[in-house]
Design a protein around this ligand. Structure first.
Ligand SMILES: O=C(O)CCC(=O)C(=O)O
Ligand SMILES: [Fe+2]
Length: 499
């Protein structure tokens, strides 16, 4: 009998384990998004009983508000000075400064205390020292929530915009179930930061696809403090195990959520809208605080454009990119938005001047083993119009095939040497495998071609620079005359030879 019970128990345990494994596996594979629809944590306040370097810390949070010349600073957790005269404490003043918070219903802003009872301050009416970036919350959100946000491939950063300060006070402070109104297409979530102010209740409940997460922040400030005889506060001796902390939660915009009733104290929060952006190092093409006119390269390029005798027949300026851009990995290739340093400076300057530029993978001819006579036709470089993933290709070079025929299989065009001036030296350091192909001959082999990313700037012919700089060219060679270098280094226009 006893054995049968033990067996039953162990098979129950096994079933439970399999269920957990199945749930985990489906979370990771099919339902990644609903598995991590929200996340949260806490950040201890520096010096408030927290110890150890493995916990995140922030300074006490200050909130400044109030009319001109009558500003008030409230500090959280409240310090001894704050709490001595309760009625006139900065927290009380903050509560008094808040106005009732509305909410959106059917496109209207509605006040209904039964649905939402809270106070609010707009960001124009207060300032805070709390910074979710400095507190590393945005790093966590980027890593956990962002991977499942559908967006353009090069939109990969998070921008948090302060939206409101809210106070939910007992009795009956609450916000019934709702879904936040996204402020723009780029908004993917909301962040709530709860300041260390004593309260009970007020749990944030976030729901998604039949699951719910409860963020209970009610053990805030007062658990870490006790009151002295004179009304001031001191840290409790057991505060090390429960230091004052800022608590936070972030969740996707389409998750239903609610704030349960606050049964004592005040629940003070900062809320932020979370937007997906191009992220760090993804500058190109988005409005930025950068003014290209202030870049050193601007004047140089501008002078070239403004001088008709500079490349009168137009020119293509080529720049080999000299950082690692993983350009043959389409998953990581965020060009041009991930351009770095001088290369980004050139790109934004070119854009600001209304010129056109092109970033392409180029397969450089290997001239190392060739000894060309002046009359020999040099093996050309090839450029593709678009980037492609490195592949083990089906392209084949059979015994009598020219390199040109072979390269024609890679969607490539010859780099027209007579129209391009390279501004820097090619370095194989930044070349990446473009494709590998079999070669058939006496001795079948596999060969790999390497491409390097290059930026081409089209300098239009001088007549077009005055009249028609904004005309969209058909390609980078559009209207550019060919120039063949003479032996003595002089250049001359020679359209017939190349066209
Ligand atoms: O305070 C919270 O936890 C959530 C508040 C909320 O849902 C909102 O402001 O829309
Ligand atoms: Fe909400």
């Amino acid at each position: 009998m006893a054995t049968a019970t033990a067996k039953g128990a162990s098979s129950l345990a096994k079933m439970a384990q399999e269920k957990v494994l199945a749930a985990l596996s489906s979370s990771i594979t099919t339902q990644a998004r609903s598995a991590t629809f929200a996340c949260g944590g806490s950040i201890h306040i520096k010096g408030e009983g927290s110890n150890g370097s493995d916990t995140a810390h922030t300074d006490a949070v200050q909130v400044r508000f109030g009319e001109h010349d009558r500003g008030v600073t409230a500090t959280f957790p409240r310090n001894a000075v704050d709490s001595s005269a309760v009625d006139s404490s900065p927290l009380q003043k903050l509560l008094a400064a808040c106005v009732p918070a509305s909410f959106g219903r059917g496109g209207d802003e509605v006040m209904d205390e039964d649905y939402r009872k809270a106070g609010k301050l707009d960001p124009s009416d207060f300032a805070t020292t709390f910074c979710p970036y400095r507190a590393s919350i945005i790093d966590v959100v980027s890593q956990l929530l962002l991977p499942n946000v559908k967006s353009e491939k090069d939109q990969r950063g998070v921008r948090a915009e302060l939206y409101k300060l809210n106070v939910y006070s007992a009795p009956s402070g609450r916000f019934k179930p709702h879904v936040d109104t996204p402020r723009s297409d780029a908004q993917f979530g909301s962040l709530v930061v709860c300041l260390p102010v004593a309260h009970k209740g007020g749990q944030l409940v976030v729901r998604n696809a039949g699951k719910q997460l409860i963020f209970d922040w009610s053990k805030a400030e007062d658990s870490a403090f006790e009151t002295n005889d004179d009304g001031s506060k001191r840290l409790k001796t057991d505060a090390v195990s429960s230091p004052a902390a800022v608590k936070w939660a972030a969740f996707y915009s389409d998750c239903e959520h609610e704030v349960l009733e606050v049964t004592s104290g005040h629940r003070v929060t900062l809320t932020y809208n979370l937007y997906v952006t191009r992220g760090n190092g993804h500058l190109a093409g988005q409005p930025t605080v950068l003014d290209p006119i202030q870049l050193p390269i601007y004047e140089t390029l501008k002078r070239l454009i403004d001088t008709p005798s500079c490349f009168p027949g137009g020119r293509v300026l080529g720049i080999w990119l000299t950082h690692s851009y993983a350009h043959t990995n389409l998953q990581c290739n965020f060009l041009p938005s991930s351009l770095k340093g001088a290369e980004m400076a050139v790109y934004v300057t070119v854009m600001a001047l209304g010129l056109h530029c092109y970033i392409k993978p180029v397969i450089r001819a290997d001239h190392s083993n060739c000894d060309y006579d002046d009359d020999d036709e040099k093996e050309p470089d090839y450029a593709a119009d678009t980037f492609s993933q490195w592949e083990q290709s089906d392209y084949a070079q059979v015994h009598d095939m020219t390199r040109r025929d072979m390269m024609g299989q890679w969607t490539s065009k010859v780099v027209v040497d007579s129209k391009v001036t390279w501004l820097n030296e090619h370095s194989s350091k930044f070349a990446e495998p473009a494709f590998t192909y079999p070669t058939y001959g006496n001795d079948p082999q596999a060969n790999t071609e390497y491409s390097a990313a290059a930026l081409f700037i089209r300098i239009p012919p001088s007549h077009e620079r005055v009249t028609d700089l904004k005309r969209a060219p058909t390609d980078m060679y559009d209207g550019v005359e060919a120039v063949h270098e003479k032996k003595d280094g002089e250049e001359e226009a020679d359209e017939k030879k190349d066209e």
